[in-house]
Design a protein around this ligand. Structure first.
Ligand code: 5GP
Length: 205
């Protein structure tokens, strides 16, 4: 991947097990903050019944995905549950240079890659109150069949273990409004710190 970048805006990585409510939290956070951009990933996985191309994801073939890797069009990419997922680089860079908070809802492998490019990226991991609660939520979501739901639940354990290493913020999604508020506060705090550090830099010049 590329060299370390200094961004004007704040890169925000939101990760967490499938079914924990990352998507809902991110969409809510958008309503509470100005100047934010939510990245739309490209994926080779099949489109779900309630999903829209360009809304939830850009759905592309493996060949197209490989071509985009080749052309360096992804900030990060990873294989998750047998499908490829990647963050389009150009849109994200545009958002950051416009001073926006750029939110990426991606897995921990991707989070690691983003942190390598943007060392001041804010790393947020969302947890379900309990493992049982997570299983319930996944069942209610109804998108997975039994086998894929089991697989996703199994992955959750290793993802959480990896997250302790790279994520400085752990948010428990017990009450949605509280979790959203927490994420909003984290992003707001990171923005203020960045502005403050920049003002120190300007004074020193
Ligand atoms: P789902 O298929 O449930 O929408 O997503 C499966 C997993 O892929 C989730 O953990 C999600 O965060 C992750 N994911 C979605 N987009 C990206 C991406 O662009 N890059 C990476 N590394 N993971 C992603």
């Amino acid at each position: 991947m590329s060299e370390e970048e200094v961004s004007k805006g704040v890169a925000v990585v939101v990760s967490g097990p499938s079914g924990v409510g990352k998507g809902t939290i991110c969409r809510e956070v958008l309503k509470h903050l100005d100047n934010v951009y939510l990245s739309v990933s490209a994926t080779t996985r099949r489109k779900g019944p309630n999903e829209a191309d360009g809304g939830d994801y850009w759905y592309i073939t493996r060949d197209e995905f490989a071509e985009r890797i080749e052309k360096g069009m992804f900030l990060e990419y990873a294989e998750v549950f047998g499908s490829l997922y990647g963050t389009p680089k150009d849109k994200l860079e545009q958002a950051l240079s416009a001073g926006k908070a750029a939110i990426m809802e991606i897995d921990v492998q991707g989070g690691r890659q983003v942190k390598a490019v943007y060392p001041d990226a804010v790393m947020i991991f969302i947890l379900a109150p309990t493992q049982r609660e997570l299983a319930e939520r996944m069942k209610n979501r109804g998108r997975e069949n039994e086998k894929s739901a089991q697989r996703r639940l199994g992955e959750a354990g290793s993802e959480i273990a990896a997250a302790w290493q790279y994520y400085e913020h752990m948010v428990i999604n017990d009450d949605l409004a509280e979790a959203v508020n927490e994420v909003v506060q984290i992003i707001t705090g990171a923005r203020k710190r960045k502005e403050y550090l920049e003002s120190l830099g300007n004074e020193a010049e």
